[in-house]
Design a protein around this ligand. Structure first.
Ligand code: SF4
Length: 356
């Protein structure tokens, strides 16, 4: 498989052009065709000489993803399923600003992107891990989700969360390259502070990302405030228990001087009792984090349930009373399988049925 032209940085193109005896300004022209004009073919790049276009056509592909399916939702959350060159699928979700959180006039449009096909971490409540891990996405496949979602929706994405399928920090090298494609002025030009990387708790990679110069934001898929609860639903906790994780989070806050977000899916009879809320408040306070509470989205084939609304509110109120900034998201996209990995799982399983 040839690399995508979208994976090329100015430095990569400089080396390529030098080897071909082309002037260095061609790199700027190529990048403009890709990221600003969103060229649909290499042939279209009319200010490049024919010999250079021929070389690019022979050695690169253009797009690494094609649209497979999209679903809109009543609250205008949209979910896109994209097909990769090897027949696999990834999905991403475009989420408009919530007026309750950001005000009626907010133009915030958040895209939740995937970083891997499937996931090896096997969190017990998650659709992405149900069929195991298939492969890492490349940087251009990650950034390509933004390009394609913008084209299909006609809207400009200005906020990105790495919370779709996969564990982004298990694919750190491609994630860092994708961050470059997304933030560079010659690329998508989205500010680093508008990118949030979410991890289930890969401690060494959190420390590495803390040392990365860009001011990207960090969210932790915590979902349990004690080892007992996290061990039950998130196998990664056996490798890096809560105390190790919070040591890494303290390192992050020292380095980045920013607020971390703790994501907490409320699951009935698992982690939604007030004892967990008290412990969670203590943990959040220790790293000055805020907490996002998300009532569980039912996943076909999994036994978990969301707690009723009074219980969710009581959990939130307990955090707020302890001085922790906490939001309770009655999750957008509940009606379109928006929990990560569900749409892709349905598509791949349907294809397997077709084949057998
Ligand atoms: S929650 Fe995240 S890390 Fe856990 S299985 Fe799902 S995608 Fe993987």
């Amino acid at each position: 498989m040839q690399p995508s032209l979208f994976s090329q940085t100015p430095e990569d193109l400089a080396v390529l052009l030098e080897g071909l005896g082309e002037p260095s300004y061609r790199a700027t022209q190529i990048l403009e065709w890709l990221w600003q004009k969103r060229s649909a073919s290499i042939e279209e790049m009319s200010n490049l000489p024919a010999r250079l276009r021929d070389h690019l056509k022979e050695n690169f592909t253009l797009r690494s993803l094609t649209p497979a399916r999209s679903q809109g939702s009543l609250d205008s959350t949209r979910k896109f399923l994209f097909r990769l060159h090897d027949g696999r699928y990834v999905e991403c979700v475009l989420i408009p600003a919530s007026p309750a959180l950001y005000g009626e006039r907010s133009d915030r449009r958040t895209l939740c992107v995937s970083s891997q096909v499937g996931c090896a971490f096997g969190c017990k409540f998650c659709a992405s891990g149900l069929d195991g891990f298939t492969r890492d996405l490349t940087a251009d496949e990650i950034a390509g989700q933004v390009l394609l979602a913008e084209e299909l929706s006609g809207e400009k994405v200005n906020n990105i969360v790495f919370m779709g399928m996969g564990e982004p920090l298990a694919n750190l090298s491609q994630l860092l390259k994708a961050l470059e494609l997304i933030t560079a002025p010659w690329g998508l030009g989205i500010g680093a502070r508008r990118l949030t990387v979410s991890t289930s708790g890969l401690v060494p990679q959190i420390r590495k990302l803390a040392d990365h110069p860009q001011q990207i934001r960090l969210a932790i898929s915590l979902h349990g405030a004690s080892d007992e609860v996290r061990d039950r639903i998130m196998p990664i906790n056996r490798k890096w228990p809560v105390s190790e994780l919070f040591k890494a989070l303290r390192y992050w806050t020292e380095r980045k001087k920013q607020t971390i977000t703790l994501e907490y899916i409320l699951i009935d009879d698992v982690n939604a009792d007030l004892a967990q809320a008290t412990l969670l408040a203590q943990r959040a306070k220790s790293v000055q984090a805020k907490v996002n509470l998300i009532p569980y989205n039912t996943v076909e084939g999994l036994p978990w349930k969301r707690p009723d609304e009074p219980r969710c509110r009581a959990f939130r109120d307990a955090l707020v009373k302890s001085g922790i900034p906490a939001t309770l998201r009655l999750e957008k996209g509940h009606d379109i399988d928006a929990a990560c990995g569900q749409l892709r799982l349905k598509e791949e399983r349907a294809e397997r049925k077709d084949v057998t």
